[in-house]
Design a protein around this ligand. Structure first.
Ligand code: NDP
Length: 314
């Protein structure tokens, strides 16, 4: 099947759904492909307490279901499925879904998100949502006056550790190298914070606990003659070892930064290809918040609408 559309949205996190709400209300009749994880990264957490409008918090899956319904209410054609091929070399762009359906579209809004990296330990899965998290801003609040560990030594790890140090009683940083990779100002901040303890040259072997995380098995100087295994007692285990943007499909076509995030122009969501816009975490290595992603989804839809009007395609 071949179909002509004005706006194709790829991704179903807050950026994708918000873009669909705005595009639908602008009569762009958007088609949205949900991808492999309908609802996006937020669905891996439980309660969301920092999305404005929900003073008591909201179940993450409920929030995403509501966004999906809101997009459908304004005419978005929301499809369970993935885009598997993208030819952005000329307009209309040609994209193909996993069933082989071809979509010819004048604008594309890429909102494919990013995935947090994990260490690959079985215990990360075992304790998912029970003490293991990849987002301190999302889940830190649940660890007030408790003890947590942050894995990683980059800027994100330092920011997460600083954020958590304002809530938790004690924060360990588990850093595999003998130094922090983060910018000097961030390094100084965590080194000087009295309730942060940095465990250098340390790797995580596993987690333990009965009804959730109660501690971590660690190893210092792994593989060296002075290797030493030890345990720490913690209530929360936060991964901050980087994110991988979902941009495989666009490599060689769109300008990406060295980590693979889509580069957008100035304060807009436009990319190096006219008519292709990027919203949410796929273009955001820094903030990675649902509300920020939703805001950029709105921007992308407004910009797609203006583009179509300028080209006389609306
Ligand atoms: P980074 O890639 O900079 O850092 C990842 C950290 O995780 C490193 O310390 C790395 O260790 C460690 N790590 C990676 N894999 C493993 C593993 N398997 N086991 C243990 N440790 C591991 O990622 P960030 O998310 O921190 O930052 C991404 C980008 O965003 C950077 O360019 C950063 O500067 C930027 N950023 C900027 C901010 C700001 O300016 N405010 C805030 C947040 C991010 P190792 O050093 O040994 O490789």
């Amino acid at each position: 099947m071949k179909q002509k559309v004005k706006t194709l949205i790829i991704g179903s996190g807050p950026a994708g759904y918000t873009a669909a709400i705005y595009a639908g209300r602008s009569s762009l009749e958007p088609v949205l492909y949900c991808g492999l994880q309908p609802g996006g990264q937020l669905t891996t957490t439980t309660v969301i307490e920092n999305f404005p409008g929900f003073p008591q918090g909201i179940d993450a899956n409920q929030l995403m279901t509501d966004m999906r319904e809101q997009a459908k209410r304004f005419g978005a054609d929301v499809r369970d499925g993935s885009i598997e091929k993208a030819d952005l070399s000329k307009r209309p762009f040609c994209l193909v879904d996993e069933r082989g359906n071809e979509l010819e579209t004048e604008t594309v809004i890429i909102a494919t998100g990013a995935s947090a990296k994990y260490l690959g330990l079985d215990d990360e899965k075992k304790y998912a949502g029970m003490g293991v998290s990849a987002c301190a801003t999302c889940d830190g609040f649940f660890y007030r006056k408790r003890t947590v560990a942050v894995v990683g030594g980059g800027d994100t790890a330092c920011e997460e550790a600083m954020y958590l140090s304002g809530l938790a009683k004690k924060v360990y940083m588990i850093v595999r190298k003998p130094y922090l990779r983060a910018a000097e100002i961030m390094r100084k901040r965590v080194e000087e914070k009295e309730n942060i303890e940095i465990l250098y040259n340390t790797n995580t072997l596993g987690l333990f606990g009965n009804d959730g995380v109660e501690g971590a098995h660690l190893v210092r100087f792994k593989g060296e003659p002075n290797e030493e295994k030890y345990d720490i007692a913690i209530d929360g285990f936060f991964l901050a070892i980087g994110h991988k943007p979902n941009t495989e499909l666009f490599k060689g076509q769109l300008d990406l930064d060295e980590q693979g995030f889509i580069l957008t122009r100035g304060n807009s969501t436009s990319t190096n290809i006219e008519g292709v816009f990027a919203a949410g975490d796929v273009a955001d290595p820094v903030y990675r918040q649902g509300v920020v992603a939703a805001g950029s989804g709105a921007k992308a839809a407004i910009e797609a609408d203006r583009f179509l009007q300028e080209k006389g395609l609306k």
